[in-house]
Design a protein around this ligand. Sequence first.
Ligand SMILES: [Zn+2]
Length: 292
Amino acid sequence: MEDRDQATVRVSFTDVAGVRELADLLHDRTTVVLSGAGISTESGIPDYRGVDRVGPPPTPVTYQQFVRDEHTRRRYWARSTIGWSAMQGRSPNLGHVAVADLERAGFVTGVITQNVDGLHVAAGSRVVVELHGSLARAVCLRCGSMEERVDLQRRLDALNPGFAERRFTMLPDGDAAIPDSWVDEFTVAPCTVCGGMLKTDVVFFGENVPKERVLAANEMVETADVILVLGSTLEARSGLRLVLQAVDASKPVAIVNRGATRADEVATVRVEARLGEVLPALVELLTSGAGA
Ligand SMILES: [Zn+2]
C-alpha cells in the first residue's frame, strides 16, 4: 500500500508523535506562521542564538552607532559588501518550501518573519511580512528614497574593485568578519538622489519596527486561528509580543524549534526537531488528510 510506504519513510527521520499532534491542531484551523533565524540555518545562514553556534554571538551595530559614527558606517558597509554577495548564493530549504506549500493548500494564511534574507518569498510564500525588513533594499536616511541592493552592490563594486570577492567568515544578517585594516580602504556609496547616508532597509538593534508593519502583523495574528512559531527562541520582543497577542485571544500556540523558547510554557504543541524534517512531514499529513 502506497500510504504505508510513505509512512515508513517518515518514521525513519521524524518525530512522528510531535508532527501528528501538530497536524491534529492545524488541520481544521487557519494558521499564521512566525519564523525566525532557525528556519534559515538549514540554508547555511548563521544565526545569533542558535544551538549550533560556537563561541559568543557577534555584537551587532546599533542604529545610534551607525548614524553617529562615520567609521562605524564604513565598517558596516565594508562587511556588508562581502557578506551580501555570499547571502545571494543561498537558496530556500525544505522548511521554507513546506511553508509555501501550506499556504497554497490553504492551511497557512501568511508568514510573519524576523528574517531579513528574503527566503520565504524566494520559496513562493505570497503573504509575507518581513518584520525586521530586508537585505534586498537600502534606504536613504535623509530623503527616504529606496535603492535595490543589487543596484547598490554594483555601485559598491565599482567603488571598491575586487572587494566583494575577498575571503571571510559569514555572520548573521548578511554580515562578514573581516580584518579592520580592510575597512580603511573601503569607500561608502552615498544616496544617488541626494548624496545622503544609506542604510540597509533592516531594523537595526536600537531601532523600532515600523508601525505599519507591526499593524500588518497584528492583523494577521488576529485573523488566524493558530500561531505557529518556527525556528525562533522568541528572544526579540517584536516576535514574543505576537505570541502573547495570540495567547490573550485564547488562540493555540504551536512551536517547532531546536532548543528552549520564551513561550514554551504557553505552547499547546511543542516539537523539538529540525524544520527541514518536520515541515515536509506536516505537509504530507495535512494534504493527505491524515491529520483529520
Ligand atoms: Zn537621499
